[in-house]
Ligand binder design. Structure first.
Ligand code: PAF
Length: 288
C-alpha cells in the first residue's frame, strides 16, 4: 500500500496504476479515526474497483468556529494499518497547507438541499464538505466514490454536486454500520462517557419506533415525530434534540402526510458529542 502526502504524489501513484492496467479507481473519502463503517466502504470499493484510494483528511473548513476540529480524534497509525488490512492500494494523507495553500479562495456550495437540517444547525458545514470533496474528486479522478448512509444529507448534497458539475463519476452510498445495540458507528462516539453512550442507543431505538408507527398505519408525520421526541426525552435525557424530521428521500423536503417512502432523520446533542442518525421507511403501495 502506498501513502502519499502531496497532490503530486497521489496523482503520480494513480497515473502509474492506470498505466499498469487499472481500469477503475475507487475513492473512499474519510476524516480518519476509521471504524467498521469506513471499512465497509473500503470493502465495497475493493469489490468493485481495480485500484482503491482512501483519503484521510480532517477538513477544517467543514467545522464551525465552535466545532470540534481540534479535538476530532486522530489515529493515523491505526488508520493506515486498517486501510492496509482492508486492501486499500493507496492512502492520501495531505496536510492542511497542501489542501488549502496560501491564497486559496474558492468555495463550492449546493443551494437548497444543503440548507435544511445539518445545513441550518451547522452554517457553512456543507460548503466545507463540498469544497473538499470536489477537490478530492479533482485530485484522484475516481470512477466511483463511496459514502456512508449515516450522513444521509451529505450523500444527497454530494450527489447533487456531482450531477450539477458534470463530474464523471458514480457515487455509491453504503448502508450504515451499527453496534450490537443499534447505535450507528461514528468517529465521534468515542467522545461519549458510559452514561451518554448508554443513552445514545435511544437514537436508533427511536428510529425503529418511527418505522413501527408508519408500518402500523400512522400517516401524520407530526405524530411520528412526537413519538420519536418523547422516546428520546424519556431514554436520552442528557441529549438535546436539534431536529427530528420526516423527509422525502430525494428532495429532502419535509413531509406532512406520509404517502410514500420517507426517511426519518434526527440530530441530538449530548454533552460531549453531537450525533446524527436516520432510517428509511418504505411504505408498501397497498397501504398508501
Ligand atoms: O463524511 C466525512 O467523513 C467527511 O464529511 C468527508 C466526506 C470525508 C469530507 O471531509
Amino acid at each position: 500500500m502506498k501513502v502519499a502526502k502531496t497532490v503530486e504524489e497521489i496523482r503520480r501513484i494513480i497515473a502509474d496504476a492506470r498505466a499498469d492496467g487499472a481500469g477503475s479507481v475507487g475513492l473512499v473519502p474519510t476524516m480518519g479515526a476509521l471504524h467498521e463503517g469506513h471499512y465497509s466502504l473500503i470493502n465495497a470499493a475493493r469489490c468493485e474497483c481495480d485500484f482503491v484510494v482512501v483519503s484521510i483528511f480532517v477538513n477544517p473548513t467543514q467545522f464551525g468556529p465552535n466545532g470540534d476540529y481540534r479535538e476530532y480524534p486522530r489515529s493515523i497509525e491505526d488508520d493506515l494499518a486498517g486501510c492496509e488490512t482492508h486492501g486499500a492500494d493507496a492512502v492520501f494523507v495531505p496536510s492542511v497547507d497542501e489542501m488549502y495553500p496560501a491564497g486559496f479562495a474558492t468555495t463550492v456550495g449546493v443551494a437548497g438541499l444543503a440548507e435544511s437540517m445539518e445545513g441550518r444547525c451547522r452554517p457553512g458545514h456543507f460548503d466545507g464538505v463540498c469544497t473538499v470533496v470536489a477537490k478530492l474528486f479533482s485530485i484522484v479522478a475516481p470512477d466511483v466514490a463511496y459514502f456512508g448512509a449515516k450522513d444521509y444529507q451529505q450523500a444527497a448534497v454530494i450527489k447533487r454536486m456531482a450531477i450539477d458539475l458534470d463530474l464523471p463519476l458514480r457515487i455509491v452510498v453504503c448502508p450504515t454500520v451499527r453496534e450490537p445495540d443499534g447505535m450507528a458507528m461514528s468517529s465521534r462516539n468515542a467522545y461519549l462517557d458510559d452514561e451518554q453512550r448508554a443513552q445514545a442507543a435511544a437514537l436508533s431505538e427511536s428510529l425503529h419506533l418511527a418505522e413501527r408507527l408508519v408500518r402500523e398505519g400512522k400517516r401524520n408525520a407530526a405524530e411520528v415525530i412526537e413519538g420519536v421526541r418523547s422516546l428520546l426525552g424519556e431514554k436520552a435525557p442528557l441529549g438535546e434534540i436539534d431536529y427530528v424530521a420526516v423527509i422525502e428521500p430525494d428532495s429532502l423536503e419535509a413531509v406532512e402526510i406520509i404517502e410514500r417512502d420517507v426517511v426519518i432523520v434526527l440530530a441530538v446533542r449530548f454533552p460531549s458529542a453531537r450525533l446524527i442518525d436516520n432510517m428509511r421507511v418504505d411504505v408498501p403501495k397497498a397501504s398508501r
